[in-house]
Design a protein around this ligand. Structure first.
Ligand code: PLP
Length: 435
């Protein structure tokens, strides 16, 4: 259905009444989206876009996957909602589907409404399990907008929200902008681990409940850890009996070409948080995958947490169908192959062609281009130029994900080689016209 008047009406209603996240409201001019399918989106005038953002990096299965849409409708006909204290068949099947892809030694899932409250509850479990209070997380991280999750966060969004207590931050490895004067990945890894262990010691190991890390920091720049870093963190956590929470909210469920990003590092955490890709956000959901020893803590002791919509049937039906479709259609394998054969090489080529691209890094369909005003000093490209890039991409029909001085290249995991090459050509062209 095309009806250009609805574009204007959508924008009018939005600007009159909708209050947006993380923004000064007055200058906003949001993109109008009327519908979508697969990797495509369109407005009411019929103007089409290629989605290279997966929205907020959540539509791993693409837009309107018919199997998932049908499962939500089917569940709506049976039972739209039911209290979390009941036993529900779809909820049990969703937990089983999530656990099919978890490491050995995990047999329970606590469902939440989204990623931030998954983090809240993982922190709560770690504190209850250890009887300790402090949580160490990383600068350059994002863990969600609620009480403890936003204070665990390591970007500007924490600063206005520091009401939770017991949070300590460390620098993680990030060779392109090393805090450790490192010149190799090995040096960066070794020094970041030394720094983390010293912070644990100085904070009092007996007070530290958890180390909370994104397996690959996502919004902070797709900062893939060097080989050995996560294994080194696991060793430090073990040495001081600290719970290791890996946040897979953005990196999990296919994004990196694996079901979970941390598996390639050969580590097993104690708690895994997830949301986004678990059902591509078709109905909001998240959760905590709980290792058996931590689950056992609450066998005889009350878990002091809960949510009205924990394990909401519509979200659970979407999880069962999403994971089933990802398995049946080889969607995780597709993300790996696209990253390896098309997207990764294409972005490396773009980096070589444009001086404004300082570095391309990533895995699967989880990449970022770091844009710089000066290749030598690595001074970030200023906001005005990033704004011009965003406009250039939208004008050429591509929806981008832009954070600070970075273009994150994060299409759905179902993207085809042709669509990938089309998106890369748009990025190449838009970067060319920036100069
Ligand atoms: N953790 C990570 C790594 C995220 O990227 C996000 C959101 O972007 C969250 C947690 C918070 O998730 P939500 O916005 O669903 O609460």
């Amino acid at each position: 259905m095309t009806d250009p008047s609805l574009d204007a009406e959508t924008l009018r209603l939005d600007r009159a009444h909708v209050f947006h996240s993380w923004s000064a409201q007055a200058g906003l001019n949001p993109l109008v989206i009327a519908g979508g399918a697969g990797c495509r989106l369109w407005d009411f005038s019929g103007r089409e876009y290629l989605d290279f953002s997966s929205q907020l990096v959540n539509t791993n299965i693409g837009h309107q996957h018919p199997v998932v849409v049908a499962a939500i409708k089917e569940q709506a006909d049976v039972l739209t909602t039911i209290a979390p204290a009941t036993a529900n068949l779809t909820r049990g099947r969703a937990a089983e589907a999530v656990l099919r892809h978890a490491p050995a030694g995990f047999s329970k899932v606590f469902f939440t409404n989204a990623g931030a409250d998954a983090i809240e509850n993982a922190i709560r479990m770690a504190r209850q399990h250890t009887g300790r209070d402090k949580v160490i997380s990383r600068y350059r991280s994002y863990h969600g907008n609620t009480g403890a999750a936003v204070v665990a966060t390591g970007d500007w969004r924490r600063l206005a929200n520091e009401y939770a207590r017991g949070h300590v931050h460390v620098f993680g490895p990030y060779l392109y902008r090393s805090e450790f004067w490192a010149t190799t990945a090995e040096e960066e890894c070794e020094r970041a681990l030394h720094h983390l262990e010293r912070v644990v010691q100085c904070e009092g190991p007996d007070d530290v409940a958890a180390i909370l890390l994104e397996s690959i920091p996502g919004t902070a720049g797709v900062i893939v850890p060097p080989p050995g870093y996560l294994a080194g963190v696991r060793e430090i956590a073990d040495r001081y009996e600290i719970v290791l929470i890996l946040d897979e909210v953005m990196a999990g469920f296919g994004r990196t070409g694996d079901w979970f990003a941390h598996t390639v590092d050969g580590v097993v955490p104690d708690l895994i948080t997830f949301a986004k890709g678990v059902n591509s956000g078709y109905v909001p959901a998240g959760g905590v995958i709980i290792s058996d020893p931590i689950a056992a803590t609450f066998d005889e002791r009350v878990f002091p947490g809960g949510l009205t919509y924990s394990g909401h049937p519509l979200a659970m039906a979407a999880i069962v169908a999403t994971i089933g479709a990802m398995e049946d259609e080889g969607i995780v394998e597709n993300a790996a192959a696209i990253g390896h054969d098309v997207l990764g090489p294409g972005l490396v080529e773009i980096t070589e062609r444009h001086a404004v691209v300082g570095e391309a890094r990533g895995r699967g369909v989880f990449w970022a281009l770091e844009l710089v005003a000066d290749a030598e000093t690595r001074e970030p490209l200023p906001a005005a130029a990033m704004g011009a890039l965003k406009k250039g991409l939208l004008d050429r029909g591509l929806v981008p994900f832009i954070a600070d001085n970075r273009l994150h290249v994060v299409p759905p995991c179902i993207i085809t080689p042709e669509e990938t090459r089309h998106g890369l050509a748009i990025i190449d062209d838009a970067l060319g016209s920036l100069a």
